[in-house]
Design a protein around this ligand. Sequence first.
Ligand code: ADP
Ligand code: MG
Length: 595
Amino acid sequence: MNPFIELGIRHDIVNAITELGFEKPTPIQEQAVPVLLTGSNDFVGLAQTGTGKTAAFGLPLLELLDFSQRHPQALVLCPTRELCLQISKDIEKFAKNIPNVHVVAVYGGASISDQLRQIRRGVQIVVATPGRMLDIIGRNAIDFSNVRYVVLDEADEMLNMGFQEDINNILSTTPDEKKTWLFSATMPAEVRRIAKNYMTDPFELTVGTKNSGNANIEHHYYVIRARDKYAAFKRIVDSNPEIFGIVFCRTKVETQEIAESLIKDGYNADSLHGDLSQQQRDKVMKRYRERSLQLLIATDVAARGIDVNDVTHVINYSLPDEIENYTHRSGRTARAGKTGISLSLVNLKELGKIRQIEKVIGKSFVKMEVPRGEAVVESQLFAMIHKVQQVSVNDDHIDPYLPKILESFADLSKEEIIKRFASLEFNRFLEYYQNAPDLNVDANEGRNSFDRERKGKGERFGRDGYKSDYTRLFINLGSVDEFTRGDILGYICNTTHISGKSIGKIDLKGVYTFFEVENASVDKVFSGFQNAEFNGRSVRVENAGEGRGDSRGGEKRNRSFRNGSSDYNGGRRKRENGGGFRDFSGGKRREKSRW
Ligand code: ADP
Ligand code: MG
């Protein structure tokens, strides 16, 4: 008998999920479904991402709700628009063979009138992000008085994003007798508090130990200098021509910068973070899913829970601040039984973090060497040869030209022709990587030599040799606001009452500026800019993240290496004009601006 039937799921649903390739329940499904099907418990389920939580609550909901009625009976809250869409689509797929199931996805950044119309027509399951949900509740446009089940999905992430109060407000509109099912990858104190406040004696389920790293993921790390990070990253990408990866950065600014540098250098890359408009984010995700993007550069929150198949590499361009996020990140690869690599670029100082992560995930990292120039050239060459082997020939179209082509090659031997074709690409790579330095840091090299090297160049470096005494900050004002470097220096000093001496390098850009501030004055800068406005617009100052070296210098890549396939201007120009860096909303809309 089908194991889902044994769990108590009806044939109509089992047939639909069998079509999706669900042969047997995952551990969380196996353990949660029987409990949830009773409909009589509050529930807390802890499991890593990718373990099948959506079906763990989705299938029981489909069994428990009364689809002859057309009012909301279940509310699923989740942190991001992407998840909201994914969950509602998943539930619709599970319900494919059940008549009259109506699911609405409610999320910000899309037309509210469409969502209101769907709600008016009658829905039983509402899947929502908190901000837009409150908006709709505020318009008295939905009646939750018959809600029987509330699901809080990715509860830890919702709390991280500051949705606590919104969740309180939403839940207060649902009946006291409803059951609450909470799912989370981690159980921080805040989640524990929710469980305590909203639930009565919940059934608690933890699947897998905390150390349950996915066995199909290999964990690699590369030790490099911070300033070589971007160059090293490109070499790794170049030596994996078939890479289909997600690159994690720590801040929005870093995400944006890396993506722009990559695009400029001719890669099929784009960024995903909360400062983009919803349309931009949708477009990026669509291109990534369709594989017209090879590299998705993302922040932790923006990529949380994203379920794209066949991701070959997760790249930790910067290690996450919280170790738990490492598990979420690496879980984007090796899905559905496939294998994948999670690799991290670290400096000597961060080695300790790698050891900590090893302890938490219960797996060892393998130290890798940044490929040398020749190795990169070789992999690119063979990738090209592979392409030649795989290319499909359209005889009808090429035949008319063939006599002329053959004629031009008549004097060349087969070997000579092959050599020349290969050289077409090879020469460029050769030139690019000729004399490329070794980017690996010898762990025994010690910091002193590094210190000396940097100090010799007259740069400011702190005691540990890695961090300067200055912090690099981002501000959303730049030359388009008619600032010169002198102006912006004056403006910062006036606004924050710090001395000009405390400010280091100023890097003025179009719509934003990077500036260095003595570590001791950073707090003053942040407090000075709190609530600051410029020409009626809120001024935003952010930590620009750890120095990643200068992506603009160093190894530059000839764009034609990735001939044609990159959506070059599309991604880029939009970002510059479209206000990627600007926040005109003054941070009001949390769903958009919190990550
Ligand atoms: P989570 O919410 O825990 O991160 P999802 O519910 O998004 O995980 O599921 C992750 C992936 O696993 C999805 O692609 C889903 O279709 C697939 N999946 C879920 N349950 C099963 C199953 N029983 N058999 C095969 N694949 C499954
Ligand atoms: Mg999920």
